[in-house]
Design a protein around this ligand. Structure first.
Ligand SMILES: [Zn+2]
Ligand SMILES: [Zn+2]
Length: 108
């Protein structure tokens, strides 16, 4: 057994690449094998970039959904309340008379 010069992972002595981080081992360097690690890294980078993009799109959609939901809640809350033109008290939407001052609420 030997160790990866980069991440310290235990790797077989005849390994040319680290099984964990993909770095070329000393043996790999000695053997002068073309490194798939760079390609792998590029692929991983690309993948993570795409994932990041997908996540940020999803996050935006979630934010928009939350915003719409909270706007709808606020709208429905406003709908449920009718303000008394006499005392300014908030009454239920179906109120005809103000529950606080007893005056008839003018509905538009
Ligand atoms: Zn490693
Ligand atoms: Zn009132």
């Amino acid at each position: 057994m030997t160790y990866c010069p980069k991440c310290g992972e235990k790797i077989p002595e005849d390994a040319l690449f680290c099984s964990k981080c993909g770095a070329k081992t000393i043996k790999g360097v000695e053997a002068n094998v073309p490194g798939p690690s760079d390609e792998l890294k590029a692929a991983l980078n690309k993948m993570s970039l795409e994932l990041e993009k997908a996540f940020s799109v999803a996050a935006k959609e979630i934010n928009a959904a939350f915003q719409t939901a909270s706007e709808n809640i606020q709208k429905s809350l406003k709908k449920e309340k009718i303000v008394c033109s006499s005392c300014g008290e908030r009454n239920p939407n179906n109120a005809i008379f103000c529950y606080k001052c007893g005056k008839k609420i003018k509905t538009k």
